[in-house]
Design a protein around this ligand. Structure first.
Ligand code: C5P
Length: 222
């Protein structure tokens, strides 16, 4: 018997991370933050001085990635080779490197089974770009979360401000647009809704509204 999985795909800043964490907590299900795996691959590559365009070497980095996700209540600590990498993987530089590394087919292939291994009872909430289109194509519920680029830049700006980081709104918007373009135009696993995905635009919705809507959809689908 395979455990159920809800896939939550969409562009960066649409609220996937927060929403996925809250939905998983409400259901008592496991959580897969697939973006963190790409970020960790990028960080490990930088650490081991592997060039970000050396596809075979990067695939090796991805395949031998030594990571652990430690859930402590609502927060998750991420370890890379036994060291805390929770904050290090969240920088704009690592996000940018992750998006480059994620465009390489051999890297995506190397991370495929590792992602599928997260599917365990009682269920999984899988957050990413290709959860519904590639990794969990048989998921009973697929969600595609979007929001306008301007709104996503505004949210990211707020988030950074709360973390004490002063970034300009216009440069954040440019970065978001560049990353969207790269994620949507790449030849492997481009960012797009699965044909059977429910598209939810969160531009004018609050976080609790989105969580409630997803919980409703899950109940409807049994
Ligand atoms: O979601 P997050 O911003 O952490 O993802 C970092 C990068 O990893 C994204 O820009 C995207 O290029 C890549 N990614 C991906 N497939 C996923 C998750 C993330 O290509 N399933």
């Amino acid at each position: 018997v395979v455990a159920p999985v809800v896939t939550i795909d969409g562009p960066g800043g649409a609220g996937k991370g927060t929403i996925s964490r809250l939905v998983a907590a409400r259901l008592g299900w496991h959580l897969l933050d697939s973006g963190a795996l790409y970020r960790l691959t990028a960080l490990a590559a930088v650490k081991h001085e592997v060039p970000l365009d050396d596809e075979p070497a990067l695939a090796d980095v991805a395949a031998s990635l030594d990571v652990a996700f430690l859930a402590e209540g609502a927060a998750t600590t991420v370890l890379l080779e036994g060291q805390d990498a929770t904050n290090a993987i969240r920088t704009e530089q690592v996000g940018d490197a992750a998006s480059r590394v994620a465009a390489l087919p051999a890297v995506r292939q190397a991370l495929l089974q590792r992602q599928r291994d997260f599917r365990q009872a009682p269920g999984l909430v899988a957050d990413g770009r290709d959860m519904g289109t590639v990794v969990f194509t048989d998921a009973p519920l697929k969600i595609f979360l979007t929001a306008s680029a301007e709104e996503r830049a505004r949210r990211r700006h707020l988030q950074l401000r709360e973390a004490g980081v002063d970034a300009s709104l216009s440069s954040l918007l440019k970065e978001i647009q560049a990353r969207d373009a790269r994620d949507m135009q790449r030849s492997v696993a481009p960012l797009k809704p699965a044909i059977d995905a429910i598209v939810l635009d969160t531009t004018r919705l609050t976080i609790p509204e989105v969580v409630d809507r997803l919980t409703e959809l899950l109940t409807e689908r049994g």
